[in-house]
Design a protein around this ligand. Structure first.
Ligand code: Z5A
Length: 231
């Protein structure tokens, strides 16, 4: 009689990305999904964008310190793509080849949403950079955490208070809020255009409820996870 290897080892490693606006709970849920996969004997790593490798982290610091802001969204899209190219080549592709699942806190949809749909960078440039940087490594599943940006901002503000950091009062002024609403619509339009890859989940729920909803989406997409645990 043929003995089947445990599903977790036999299945192809999957690449899952988390997307959405600031403060919707991506980092929290990436960590929780990693733990849930590990509880099911799945080897998995978590990473983030921009970043994930030393070179990509250097680009992250440069961008997040605001040093590229005056270059405009087109040049920033190129920088995000340069970081992504290294991230894919050095971390994502090798892990997937070795059978390790990869969970990324943001990926190419952030460039589409921030620099493209909200920043106004031409579609053709975004698509060209995407095909260069991804080199065939599109995510198997993208979880878009969706919530009202004002509520998400409150979470970020509370975190800043907990961490003893000052938050500039004008950061979320009216114009800024409109920008975040446009960003939210951008992520929702990406989901509509890519229904086979994207799942939108309301982030306006408790961390535990959200974790359960994400686990349900992941196991629906990859039912081998549950078959493995029942074996
Ligand atoms: N960017 C870009 O423009 N183009 C690109 O191609 C890429 C990125 C890849 C990265 O910033 C910036 O780069 C980002 C987009 C841009 N700029 N912005 N804005 P980042 O990595 O530093 O920041 P972020 O990705 O926006 O993450 P964040 O602010 O840390 O948010 P989060 O990861 O979604 O949330 P969190 O850290 O898990 O949770 C935030 C707080 O809420 C925290 O105190 C939690 O304890 C709390 N929390 C989490 N979940 C819940 C629930 N369910 N209920 C209540 N409270 C919660």
């Amino acid at each position: 009689m043929l003995q089947e290897a445990p599903t977790s080892k036999a299945s192809r490693a999957r690449f899952i990305t988390f997307e959405g606006g600031e403060g919707v709970g991506k980092s929290t849920q990436v960590k929780r999904l990693l733990q849930n996969l590990q509880r099911h004997d799945i080897e998995a790593v978590r990473t983030r964008e921009p970043g994930g490798t030393p070179k990509a982290e250097a680009i992250r610091s440069f961008i997040l310190q605001g040093r590229s802001e005056s270059w405009g969204p087109g040049a920033e899209a190129v920088l995000f793509a340069a970081a992504r190219l290294d991230h894919v080549n050095q971390l994502i592709a090798p892990n997937l080849r070795n059978g390790t699942w990869v969970l990324s806190d943001r990926f190419h949809d952030s460039t589409r949403a921030y620099q493209g749909l909200t920043g106004g960078v031409d579609d053709k440039l975004i698509a060209g950079l995407e095909s260069l940087a991804l080199d065939g490594h599109a995510p198997d599943l993208t979880i878009i955490l969706d919530m009202d940006p004002e509520a998400a901002f409150k979470r970020v503000a509370e975190r800043a208070i907990e961490d003893g950091l000052a938050l500039t009062g004008d950061r979320f002024e009216k114009e800024e809020l409109e920008w975040h609403k446009k960003l939210r619509d951008g992520f929702l339009s990406i989901a509509r255009d890519n229904p086979d890859r994207c799942v939108v989940i309301s982030a306006a729920q408790s961390e535990d409820t959200l974790e359960a909803a994400i686990w349900e989406a992941v196991t629906q997409r990859f039912p081998e996870l549950l078959r493995g645990s029942q074996a």
